[in-house]
Design a protein around this ligand. Structure first.
Ligand code: AMP
Length: 297
């Protein structure tokens, strides 16, 4: 039995509350989803897949799903509590991150993705909205609603949010593999450092620019960071730098202590953010989320 505490947030299908196990005192986040809404949106199968995949993952930078239960009208997910909440909000507030903070986050993401890919899981929806932050400032990758367990490593469904979609997923006919997450990692690194996504434009233009890899990194971003971004944002998936090399890249090595890039070590307290602010980016960072599919709204 759980004692329900303050609301932590609201998603498309329900609310998330801070909760405490009455017997053990264990603190977690309880996500409450309404069956009727899940049925109406035809996402029951997606939820089942999300539960099956996420409950089997154990990594310090991946949000734990401890279990689930249901009553006649609701499904409850027992999730690890991420004390600092959504990375999206932290990024919007800061405007952009300084290089040590961005590098630490990217190193943690690379570690999480390396773990997933070894288990033949492709996340497919990497973006700041799907990353939570733990109380120590550590990354907690979440939202496995679009992830797939792909033993064959070839998938053909189109999903995700436009700004983060790799070229091979825009071309609905082409098969793709786990390298889609490498592209999104490049978009993420860019957005952390610049404060806006690299292909941000009107939707049709964004698509065209993604396919051509039409972007440039501002000159005030360090040469090393630019190098990593460009190696990830390769339109040819086979040319993207592999995750094992991301962790050894000079930009990561420069900013992250060796322990923070070694496997299996609970990592990554991100260095204190010196929120560089959005002043240099103009009055406001454009609102994102131009979903390809309604349920991502
Ligand atoms: P979601 O339905 O997963 O999009 O969650 C809605 C909101 O609740 C998120 O944007 C977060 O602000 C918050 N939230 C969700 N899960 C957690 C968690 N495990 N720990 C802390 N906050 C959470």
């Amino acid at each position: 039995m759980f004692e329900i505490g303050k609301p932590l947030g609201k998603g498309k299908f329900g609310r998330v509350y801070l909760a405490k196990d009455k017997v053990t005192g264990f603190v977690c986040a309880l996500k409450v989803l309404h069956k009727k809404e899940l049925q109406a949106a035809k996402v029951e199968k997606q939820l089942r897949r999300e539960i099956e995949i996420q409950s089997n993952l154990r990594h310090p930078n991946i949000l734990r799903l401890f279990g689930h239960f249901h009553d006649s009208s609701r499904v409850f997910l027992i999730l690890e509590f991420a004390g600092q909440g959504e990375l999206y909000k932290i990024l919007r507030k800061a405007g952009k991150f300084d290089e040590p903070t961005a590098a630490s986050y990217i190193a943690q993401m690379a570690s999480a993705l390396g773990y997933l890919h070894k288990k033949h899981v492709i996340h497919r929806d990497i973006k700041p909205e799907n990353i939570l932050v733990g109380i120590q400032g550590e990354i907690k990758l979440s939202d496995f609603g679009w992830s797939v367990h792909a033993p064959t490593n070839r998938r053909q469904t189109m999903c995700g949010t436009l700004d983060y979609l790799p070229p091979e997923m825009l071309d609905g006919t082409a098969a793709y593999n786990e390298k889609v997450d490498l592209w999104s990692l490049g978009v993420l690194a860019y957005e952390f450092l610049v404060g806006a996504a690299p292909f941000e434009d009107e939707p049709v233009k964004t698509q065209k620019r993604i396919v051509k890899g039409d972007m440039s990194v501002p000159s005030w971003v360090s040469r090393e960071a630019r190098d990593l971004i460009m190696r990830l944002l390769q339109t040819n998936p086979d040319k993207r730098i592999p995750l094992s090399e991301v962790e050894k890249h000079p930009w990561i090595v420069r900013h992250c202590a060796p322990a923070a890039v070694a496997d299996e070590i609970p990592r990554g307290v991100a260095p204190k953010r010196s929120g560089s602010g959005s002043a240099s980016l103009g009055p406001k960072v454009a609102e994102r989320t131009r979903p390809l599919q309604k349920e991502r709204e």
